[in-house]
Structures are given as structure tokens and as C-alpha cells.
Design a protein around this ligand. Structure first.
Ligand code: XMP
Length: 513
């Protein structure tokens, strides 16, 4: 494993973003809590430390601090915002409430020749969010930039390999922010950019081989990015020792089952056992309209189906491991450290005692963008690697009302048109998700040809989002919306109205159920 750059989390939402930016600079990073003892941090043999921003004032009682021993440990350190002030204060500088708070885009003036800001424009916009300011830099530090409200907006001490910025270089609103992170990592801390896709794959493959040896592994493929890439990595590591189960619950979108069963299996050479369980799911869903009830039924049927398939395979082969597509944000959010609990939406959490497996989690150090990049590197099709998130219960929670085969067919046709047009417009990557929802119990009057119609509406729900926690409705071009609407109402006769959902999250959720 590579020496990590530790991102010390002072409690803001920025630590994950900083960790990702470090990875973008091709350096491995890990997030640690600010109350981790310095001895523990140093035991991780860090290549550098980055102190994140945080909501507290360094003068507030109980404000989080790292032990000052960190600053004299010889490890290169970059302080950001609160981390910058914390560092300045610990090393004998002054932090004060200057009376000028700065929030949002702020003009920065680069003052001196510097390594941290080398080659960057003398005047540039940076993203600020602070009340306190560093008014005097500690001894040995050169002040390299200022803003109107922050006389010391960036400093560095090249000999000690310490530097800091008041602003947020990790924020997308700081256009030259990534250069600051690169300069710190590569030029001040002297870390070589070696965290590359091939490196990640090599390390994970070695780790999987060490864990699994010559034993057998099972994986539940959903067709989503995480399980597809996780399985491909495990296959690269242990080949035929891996068997995948793909449960087709009949609630997938057009072409998705084939994509997993045929294209993916053929391309990767993975042993994929597809189970067509659509009858079973649809029978269980008969007469059910309540969304939570639907989720429960789909979850329960999924476990039963997967369990039966797992038993069959385990009878043939002695299976000891189960692949999980757990990502690094899940690990961080569940408190880091130990093994993350099985994600409930993976739907294999409730396996019975005699089907206990050890987990193989080849993505648990990775962010989603890294998973996509190694997916491409492993040769998976773009359409799969860039697939939008899709809920486990599938179209079952995109039909408002009872789920039937006929309604699924209608929705599948409308959804396929919306997806095809979005792709044709080259806008796939500009939306986070694009649910199409069938209001199956609603009818409205329309007119088509010479006749009156009495059909169902579908709702287009394209959203932009960073992480699905919050979202905004996508401002798709009118021409695209018009084309989707015309095609759906022309090609799917039972649908006579297409409406657009213009609600953000909150208050709406992304899905309608
Ligand atoms: P909401 O609708 O809560 O969705 O804004 C947030 C994200 O979660 C997905 N989602 C689900 N995923 N099982 C899943 O695996 C579910 O029951 C489920 N419900 C919502 C949704 O597609 C969005 O990405």
C-alpha cells in the first residue's frame, strides 16, 4: 500500500472533497478524525498531512485541535481555512477577528514568489468562508497572498515543508485550487504522482489474491457501476474462482438484463448465472401500491432468490467469500476503521447463518470517479461505467400505483425514449439521474388524430446532484424536452401527456416513491 496523505477532518463537509482532490493529483489519501492521537497518525507513515476547514473558531472553547507534536514531526503539512488558522496559532502566529468576514468568491492578490502559488495569476478569485483571520504569520513563514479581509491569506515555510491557505482550494469555485494542491503535494512535500489507474488495479488485484488464495468467491451483480467494476477486479485477480449471480427481477429498464447477461459476461469472461425471477416478483407485487410495502417485498424476494442461487452454486463449489461494492465514502460515513456493514440496498444483508461469507470489498478505498476510471481501464463498456444510479427496486418504485407487466412495458418504452434522446443530445453526463415515472392511476383527456384519448401521464424527473443527498431539477434544453414528449406520445399510445418535475430536493425526493 502507498504512503497515504492524511486529511484531518475538522468537522466540515470538505474532508471528502479534499481527499478526492488529492487523488486527482495522483496521490493516495485517507481521511482521519481530528481527535486521532498524533502517534496513531504517524504510525500510518503519512507522506503528508492536510488539515481541513471546519465550522469552529480556533478560539472557541473545545475547538478541535491536533496535538502540536504533529507540527514538529517533520511530516509536510498543508492547512486549509480552519486548519490554516489552527496551524498558524500553534506555531506562534496571530489569529484575530478582524471584523471583515469573507464568504463566497473573493479576490486574492498573490504577493511574493512562492512555490505554493507558482505560476498562478497575480489576481484570482478564490472561495472563502471565514470570520477569523490570520493577522501575523509564524516566524519562518513567508506570506504569499492576501485578500482585503485576510492580510495573511496564504503562507509557506519551504524548509519546514509547511504551508497553508485561508481559502478553499478544494472548492470548484476556486479555479486555480487544484494547482495549489498539486504544488503542495508534488513540489513542497515532494510526493511523486503515482496513484494511477494501473497502480490502483495492481494493488487491489494483489490484495484480493492475498485475501482469497485459491478459494471461491460469489458476487451479486446488479448491472450498476459498483458491482460490475468490483466483479471485474475480482475476476482479474482470481479468474474462474469467481461466480456471479444476476437476479433479473423484471423491474429493469430496456436492454439492461441483456447488457449484464450477455455483453458483460461475454466481454469479461466471468461466469454469470442469470436467474429470471420476474414472475416471482410480479406475483408478490400483485395488488400492492404502497411504496414502502413494494420495497419490502422486492427486498425480501431478492434475498430469497439470491439465497437459492447461492445454495445451488455452493453445493457445486465451496464458496467462502462474497463481493461487496462498498465505496470509500460509505466507509468514512459509517465511522471509518472497521468493516462497513453490508449496505441494505445491496439486498444481501439478510442471508441466513449457513450462508455466511467473508466479505471481499475491492472498492472500499476508492471514490466513485476512481471506480469509473478503473472500470474503463478494465475494458468495461462506457455505457456501463457511466450508468446513472438506479434504485435496487428498479421501475417498481417508478410506477405510482400497482406494478403490472403491462404498466412496466409502458414505462420501459417511455424511459427508453427519454434515455436515448438524452444520449443523442450528448447530455448523459450533465444529469445525475433521469427517472421517468408512470402515474398509473391517473388518467387525463387528450386528443390524437380525430379521436379523444383517455391515457396516462408520465413525469420526466431529470436532476443534477453531487451525491443524491440534495438535488436540483436539470434545466434540459426545451428542444430536447419537446422531442422526448413528441416521441413518447407518438410511440406509446397509452401515454397521452408528458410533464416535467421542477422540484428540487429538498423538498422533493429524486424518486417519486
Ligand atoms: P431519493 O428518492 O430518496 O433517492 O431522493 C436518493 C437516491 O437513492 C436512490 N434510491 C434507492 N436506491 N433502493 C436503492 O438501492 C431504494 O429503495 C432506493 N430509493 C431511492 C435514488 O435512485 C437516488 O439515487
Amino acid at each position: 500500500m502507498q504512503q497515504p496523505v492524511l486529511v484531518v477532518d475538522f468537522g466540515a463537509q470538505y474532508a471528502q472533497l479534499i481527499a478526492r482532490r488529492v487523488r486527482e493529483a495522483q496521490v493516495y489519501s485517507e481521511i482521519v478524525p481530528s481527535d486521532m492521537p498524533v502517534s496513531e497518525m504517524l504510525a500510518k507513515n503519512p507522506a503528508a498531512v492536510i488539515l481541513s476547514g471546519g465550522p469552529a473558531s480556533v478560539y472557541a472553547e473545545g475547538a478541535p485541535q491536533v496535538d502540536e507534536a504533529l507540527y514538529t514531526s517533520g511530516v509536510p503539512i498543508l492547512g486549509i481555512c480552519y486548519g490554516f488558522q489552527s496551524m498558524a496559532r500553534a506555531l506562534g502566529g496571530t489569529v484575530a477577528r478582524t471584523g471583515t468576514s469573507e464568504y463566497g468568491g473573493t479576490e486574492l492578490t498573490v504577493r511574493a514568489d512562492s512555490t505554493l502559488l507558482a505560476g498562478l495569476p497575480e489576481r484570482q478569485s478564490v472561495w472563502m468562508s471565514h470570520g477569523d483571520s490570520v493577522t501575523e504569520a509564524p516566524e519562518g513563514f513567508t506570506v504569499v497572498a492576501a485578500t482585503e479581509g485576510a492580510p495573511v491569506a496564504a503562507f509557506e515555510n519551504l524548509e519546514a515543508r509547511l504551508a497553508g491557505v485561508q481559502y478553499h482550494p478544494e472548492a470548484a469555485h476556486t479555479p486555480h485550487g487544484q494547482a495549489v494542491i498539486r504544488h503542495f503535494l508534488h513540489d513542497i512535500a515532494g510526493i511523486a504522482p503515482s496513484w494511477t489507474n494501473t497502480q490502483i488495479i495492481d494493488e487491489q488485484v494483489a490484495a484480493i489474491r492475498a485475501q482469497v488464495g485459491d478459494r471461491r468467491v460469489l458476487c451479486a451483480l446488479s448491472g450498476g457501476v459498483d458491482s460490475s467494476v468490483a466483479a471485474a477486479l475480482v475476476h482479474r485477480a482470481v479468474g474462474d474462482q469467481l461466480t456471479c449471480v444476476f437476479v433479473d427481477h423484471g423491474l429493469l429498464r430496456e436492454g439492461e438484463a441483456e447488457q449484464v447477461e450477455k455483453d458483460y459476461a461475454q466481454l469479461t469472461g466471468i461466469d454469470v448465472r442469470a436467474v429470471d425471477a420476474s414472475d416471482r416478483f410480479l406475483t408478490a407485487l400483485e395488488g400492492v401500491s404502497d411504496p414502502e410495502e413494494k420495497r419490502k417485498i422486492i427486498g425480501r424476494e431478492f434475498i430469497r432468490t439470491f439465497e437459492a442461487a447461492a445454495r445451488d452454486i455452493a453445493a457445486e463449489k465451496d464458496i467462502e467469500f462474497l463481493v461487496q461494492g462498498t465505496l470509500y465514502p460509505d466507509v468514512v460515513e459509517s465511522g471509518g476503521g472497521g468493516t462497513a456493514s453490508i449496505k441494505s440496498h445491496h439486498n444481501v444483508g439478510g442471508l441466513p447463518e449457513d450462508l455466511r461469507f467473508d466479505l471481499v470489498e475491492p472498492l472500499r478505498n476508492l471514490f466513485k470517479d476512481e471506480v469509473r476510471a478503473i472500470g474503463v481501464e478494465l475494458g468495461l463498456p462506457e455505457a456501463m461505467v457511466w450508468r446513472h444510479p438506479f434504485p435496487g427496486p428498479g421501475l417498481g418504485i417508478r410506477i405510482v400505483g400497482e406494478v403490472t407487466r403491462e404498466r412496466l412495458d409502458l414505462l420501459r418504452s417511455a424511459d427508453a425514449i427519454a434515455r436515448a434522446e438524452l444520449t443523442a443530445a450528448g447530455l448523459d453526463r450533465s444529469v445525475w439521474q433521469f427517472p421517468v415515472v408512470l402515474l398509473a392511476d391517473v388518467r387525463s383527456v387528450g386528443v390524437q388524430g380525430d379521436g379523444r384519448t383517455y391515457g396516462h401521464p408520465v413525469v420526466l424527473r431529470p436532476v443534477t446532484s453531487e451525491d443524491a443527498m440534495t438535488a436540483d431539477w436539470s434545466r434540459l434544453p426545451y428542444e430536447l424536452l419537446a422531442k422526448i414528449s413528441t416521441r413518447i406520445t407518438n410511440e406509446v399510445p397509452e401515454i397521452n401527456r408528458v410533464v416535467l418535475d421542477v422540484t428540487s430536493k429538498p423538498p422533493g425526493t429524486i424518486e417519486w416513491e
